[in-house]
Design a protein around this ligand. Structure first.
Ligand SMILES: *[C@@H]1O[C@H](CO)[C@@H](O)[C@H](O)[C@H]1NC(C)=O
Ligand SMILES: *[C@@H]1O[C@H](CO)[C@@H](O)[C@H](O)[C@H]1NC(C)=O
Ligand SMILES: *[C@@H]1O[C@H](CO)[C@@H](O)[C@H](O)[C@H]1NC(C)=O
Ligand SMILES: *[C@@H]1O[C@H](CO)[C@@H](O)[C@H](O)[C@H]1NC(C)=O
Ligand SMILES: *[C@@H]1O[C@H](CO)[C@@H](O)[C@H](O)[C@H]1NC(C)=O
Ligand SMILES: *[C@@H]1O[C@H](CO)[C@@H](O)[C@H](O)[C@H]1NC(C)=O
Length: 254
């Protein structure tokens, strides 16, 4: 009697996600575990990965902000999102809110954070690198000519009538922060092939969006007793790597 009950329970647990039909919203046609759409049965997907759907746009909620979902990749556990205010062919459009690595708890601690989304790539080759690059917006009291990293935003972005507006790719080292410049906004992009001398090219990359992942959730179902779980892009599967992961991360971030 008992073994049968156990088998039945196991079957129920295993199939409960499978009984959910993939939901669809606009161009995102395959919304399935861990995601669910608002209004789907509770057994489908996880509450912290609930997506919205408004006017055929799929919405992802993160840190009380919302983002437009551009693509979901279930093979490598990533989702690409874009700030709702960014318009592809309007280089004056800017993100509503700053977002950078510091908004993701996984970028400084390796305690399996309970945050639903991670910004660190946990593929073996790119271990520990960010899944996006930063673009910084600065407003300067003077023109900056000597520093090649400062790209004029030209007619696209102006913060105030007196200032000079620039965009800079990547993280600013202390020596790169020019006197009289304020950081106005930081925005992520995962399209790294832009022309770093052209603001319109940088803007198109921002409008492409940035990738975040749910690797921590995926790894919860992939125990690694002697090491840690990572995504192997060659086999397109989760795998175990030996060794203390915590140490690796500390080496990278401290
Ligand atoms: C939808 O996603 C599931 C994984 O959640 C995958 O098994 C299935 O092949 C996908 N279907 C399509 C049409 O992409
Ligand atoms: C959403 O897309 C569907 C199918 O493409 C279409 O029938 C519907 O009118 C669209 N709804 C809105 C609000 O745009
Ligand atoms: C995941 O797959 C997408 C689509 O193929 C790709 O653009 C992205 O770079 C991949 N990300 C990782 C972390 O492997
Ligand atoms: C472009 O974006 C700016 C800033 O968000 C906005 O004021 C302007 O109306 C937009 N232009 C068009 C043509 O949508
Ligand atoms: C990210 O962190 C910055 C600084 O703490 C904050 O101003 C911003 O609103 C945060 N962005 C989001 C989307 O939560
Ligand atoms: C611009 O990109 C090129 C090629 O990727 C790189 O070599 C160069 O250092 C970058 N320049 C700046 C100012 O970031």
């Amino acid at each position: 009697m008992w073994p049968e009950v156990a088998v039945l329970l196991l079957l129920l647990v295993q199939t409960s996600h499978a009984l959910c039909h993939p939901a669809s919203c606009g161009k995102i046609s395959n919304i399935s575990y861990p995601f669910r759409l608002k209004g789907d049965p509770e057994k489908c997907g996880e509450e912290s990965y609930e997506l919205g759907c408004e006017n055929n746009v799929t919405l992802l909620y993160m840190n009380s902000a919302q983002y437009h979902v551009q693509a979901i990749n279930y093979k490598n556990y990533t989702v690409r999102v874009v700030d709702p205010a960014l318009q592809l062919h309007n280089c004056s459009s800017l993100p509503l809110r700053s977002l950078s690595r510091s908004n993701f708890s996984d970028t400084y601690t390796y305690t399996y954070s309970s945050d639903p989304y991670q910004a660190i790539t946990s593929s073996y080759e790119n271990w520990g690198s960010l899944s996006f690059e930063h673009i910084l917006f600065l407003n300067c009291k003077h023109t900056v000519r000597e520093n090649g990293k400062y790209v004029k935003t030209e007619e696209c972005v102006k913060w105030d009538s007196k200032g000079y507006a620039y965009a800079v790719v990547g993280d600013l080292k202390a020596e790169d922060l020019e006197v009289g410049c304020d950081i106005k906004l930081v925005a992520p992009t995962s399209l790294r092939t832009f022309n770093n001398h052209s603001y319109t090219s940088m803007h198109s990359s921002l409008a492409y969006g940035f990738q975040i992942s749910w690797i921590n959730l995926a790894c919860q179902n992939h125990p690694c007793p002697d090491g840690f779980c990572y995504f192997d892009s060659a086999s397109q599967k989760l795998d175990c790597r030996r060794g203390p992961c915590e140490l690796d991360r500390k080496l990278i971030y401290l």
